[in-house]
Design a protein around this ligand. Structure first.
Ligand SMILES: [Mn+2]
Length: 314
């Protein structure tokens, strides 16, 4: 299913960039594929997610008409070798991801933004646990786009099931959830116990009134941002294991990105998880590739449109 990139070769890195702007030493963005799939409960295939994203990224235009530049050439985007952990147990996987994240942010050359490509959502627990050590002296929060709250303490005998991702993150940092529309009784009871979790349900996303709360939540904080792609509406993102109607549309996502980029101190880590590509259906894969490029550009270079954010003037 490999599509030749714009240089005519087989895709090796995100966006098919030339060497001078895709080595870790010269890149502000590092992309880390983690094709981990062990606990997916419904539709499977997230282990194919990273390859599909890298393939689709070869078709993304580097030029940004609003900026009148090619941001990738300015930023540098390096694609690291995949973490090949599909055969590991959830506990081993968590440990390995934690150590990898700690290593990446302890080296002499480090990214300004690490983008992790899933794989299933359980990998986020490992990332959050690494960040707890790295950011022990920093005020940091997590933002989650998702259809599911993922707040179960355990599921199918594992605390590192993908249905527990939010709960594992909230053990380390306050969590702001966007687009939730599927909640188990156990999760509702957990939310009623006053945990450090703000849950914005899908109907409130459509009303748009949560953006001022999001702005306050991330204000001057370090942000770990996790995007479970089933947070999007299945009409634009059918390639997920557990699709739910009434999700975010592209413009909803742009509003979240704009708010975070204007208010957070920094967003050093983003993960994009749960893509289970459907053979022959390229639009969802392309959506993810474009989302990552646009997000990296906006977070590191600022919004293309420098108008002040209206969401904090309400
Ligand atoms: Mn989900």
């Amino acid at each position: 299913m490999m599509i030749p990139n714009k240089h005519g070769g087989i895709p090796r890195n995100f966006l098919g960039l030339p060497d001078e702007v895709s080595s870790p030493e010269t890149s502000r963005v590092w992309v880390l594929p983690i094709p981990y799939e062990a606990t997916t409960t419904y539709g499977a295939g997230t282990r194919f997610g990273p390859d599909a994203i890298l393939s689709a990224s070869q078709q993304v235009e580097l030029y940004d008409p609003r900026r009148k530049t090619e941001p990738a050439m300015e930023l540098g985007i390096a694609t690291l070798p995949s973490l090949a952990i599909s055969s590991r147990s959830p506990d081993e996987m968590m440990q390995w991801i934690r150590e990898t994240v700690e290593e990446i942010f302890s080296g002499t050359s480090q990214p300004d933004l690490l983008v992790v490509l899933g794989g299933e959502h359980s990998i986020s627990g490992g990332i959050a646990s690494g960040l707890r050590h790295l950011w022990a002296d920093k005020p940091w929060v997590a933002v989650q786009i998702d259809a599911h709250a993922d707040l179960r303490d355990q599921f199918e005998e594992s605390r590192f099931n993908h249905a527990c991702a939010g709960r594992r993150i909230a053990e380390h940092a306050p969590l702001f959830q966007i687009g939730i529309r599927n909640l188990a009784r156990e999760e509702a009871e957990f939310l009623a116990s006053n945990p450090p979790v703000v849950t914005v349900f899908a109907e409130d996303v459509h009303r748009g009134q949560y953006l001022a709360d999001l702005a306050k939540f991330v204000q001057d904080k370090y942000v770990y941002w996790t995007i479970d792609l089933d947070g999007f509406d299945p009409s634009i993102m059918p390639s997920v294991g557990t699709p739910e109607p009434d999700g975010l549309l592209w413009h909803d996502f742009l509003a979240v990105l704009d708010t975070i980029s204007r208010h957070a101190a920094a967003v050093p880590v983003l993960d994009v998880v749960e893509l289970a590509p459907i053979p022959g259906l390229h639009a969802p894969d392309f959506l993810v590739a474009k989302l990552i490029y646009l997000t990296a550009t906006t977070l590191l270079l600022g919004p293309a449109d420098p108008r002040p954010d209206s969401s904090c003037q309400r």
